[in-house]
Design a protein around this ligand. Structure first.
Ligand code: NDP
Ligand code: GDR
Length: 373
């Protein structure tokens, strides 16, 4: 039975990847940070996975900032595959904690690679680094492919640049099977609530149910190439199954603005948005509403507004990937388009909103706090 170790297993991608690897017959180990509240909600359904009487899913306490701890865990598990998905992954937050981000997202990758090397596992353990389209930042070529020069625009992206190159260096210096997946944005109902797509699907679902009134956003004109996390973790696994390690861009090749994502989500809830104002005065007004998904809103109600708090010191305005190499070499194609993904996300969030509304009507609901997003 192959063994995999996943950092960042409690996150969006970690949970989908763990499910995929368990389905493929792996024994799956994950590194979990100690937190004052539970951080395993995306994994709780896996915690009792047994095969032939043996537990095939195990969590280990650890942190990417703690080298000895990582070395001990890797030494104990001796994984065939190590997926480094752990990171301080929020671009805007990285401006607030740049040194921590550099330590975890940059040096964290080095700690893992060095542990594999000093433990004598360089020939056994295959290494996947969660690299990112944020490396392209201020884009030098469109669409972006494996050969496009990097120009990172945030402490997060600069830290990930280090991780990208140290992965390449360990491959070249020590002959390790180590590779970078340069993944463009990918989302799902498990996406963290402060990333823009999930913030939109969740807040609009609450608004549709009359439980919040306005979704405050930053740059509505940012353009992204959004795919589905479930499709993208398959690619992470495939990259470690090849004869030779290589780096791949993973993207859909289609681009949408934040504004369009709002419109797609609103449409899935039976609402049509008309935009008024410009730039920081921009507001999204509801022009028409249909059906029972949005009985909490009125025609003409403002449901989206721009709040400059969400602007970044340096913004990545546009990203569009060229997944041609992955198509040709690995036969991979994303299965889910942005409309289907938004429908799935908002369907999930609408169900939660309805449940909370019911609980609230019976005086049983916890506080809703939109300011957390
Ligand atoms: P999430 O933010 O959902 O998950 C991040 C994971 O990293 C969580 O499990 C988190 O733990 C863990 N983590 C954070 N800090 C540390 C630390 N100091 N030590 C150990 N673990 C830590 O991210 P995604 O699942 O969306 O992304 C996975 C990876 O892919 C990340 O590295 C991200 O930067 C990268 N990426 C993501 C893309 C996307 O669009 N989703 C695109 C390209 C790259 P906890 O639950 O305790 O917070
Ligand atoms: P990103 O994702 O920065 O691309 O990083 P995010 O969803 O945070 O932002 C996408 C774009 O939307 C604009 N935006 C807002 N963003 C947030 N979070 N909140 C808002 O209110 C808002 N309004 C507009 C942003 O300015 C940006 O242009 C994600 C992360 O998963 C990274 O870890 C990963 O590496 C990249 O995707 C690829």
């Amino acid at each position: 039975m192959k063994k995999a170790l996943i950092t960042g297993i409690t996150g969006q991608d970690g949970s989908y990847l763990a499910e995929l690897l368990l389905r493929k017959g792996y024994e799956v180990h994950g590194i979990q940070r100690r937190a004052s509240c539970s951080n395993t909600s995306r994994l709780d359904h896996l915690c009792n996975e047994y095969r032939d009487g043996a537990q095939v899913f195990r969590l280990h306490y650890g942190d990417l900032s703690d080298g000895p701890n990582l070395t001990r865990i890797i030494g104990e598990v001796e994984p065939d595959e190590l997926y480094n998905l752990g990171a301080m992954s929020h671009v805007a937050v990285s401006f607030d904690c740049p040194e921590y981000t550099a330590d975890v997202d940059g040096i964290g990758a080095l700690r893992l690679l060095e542990a594999i090397r000093v433990l004598g596992l360089a020939e056994k353990t295959r290494f996947y680094q969660a690299s990112t389209s944020e490396l392209f930042g201020l884009v030098q070529e469109t669409p972006q492919r494996e050969t496009t020069p990097f120009y990172p625009r945030s402490p997060y992206a600069v830290a990930k640049l280090y991780a990208y190159w140290i992965t390449v260096n360990y491959r070249e210096a020590y002959g390790m099977y180590a590779c970078n997946g340069i993944l463009f944005n990918h989302e799902s109902p498990r996406r963290g609530e402060t990333f823009v797509t999930r913030k939109i699907t969740q807040t609009l679902a609450y608004i549709a149910q009359g439980m919040e009134s306005i979704c405050y956003l930053g740059n509505l004109d940012a353009l992204r190439d959004w795919g589905h996390a479930r499709d993208y973790v398959e690619m992470q696994w495939l990259m470690l199954q090849q004869d030779k390690p290589q780096d791949f861009v993973i993207a859909t090749g289609r681009q949408y603005s934040v504004r369009q994502f709002v419109e797609i989500t609103a449409a899935a809830l039976g609402m049509t948005i008309v935009w008024s104002g410009e730039g920081v005065d921009e507001q999204g007004v509801i022009a028409a509403i249909h059906g029972d998904k949005c009985d909490g809103v009125q025609i003409g109600q403002t449901i989206v507004a721009v709040d400059p708090r969400y602007f970044r010191p340096t913004e990545v305005e546009t990203l569009l990937g060229d997944p041609g190499k992955a198509h040709a070499a690995l036969g991979w194609r994303p299965r889910t388009d942005v409309e289907a993904m938004a429908r799935e996300m908002v369907g999930h969030d609408l169900q939660n909103a309805r449940r909370k509304r019911l609980l609230r009507s019976r005086g049983l609901d916890e506080e809703l706090d939109g300011s957390k997003r």
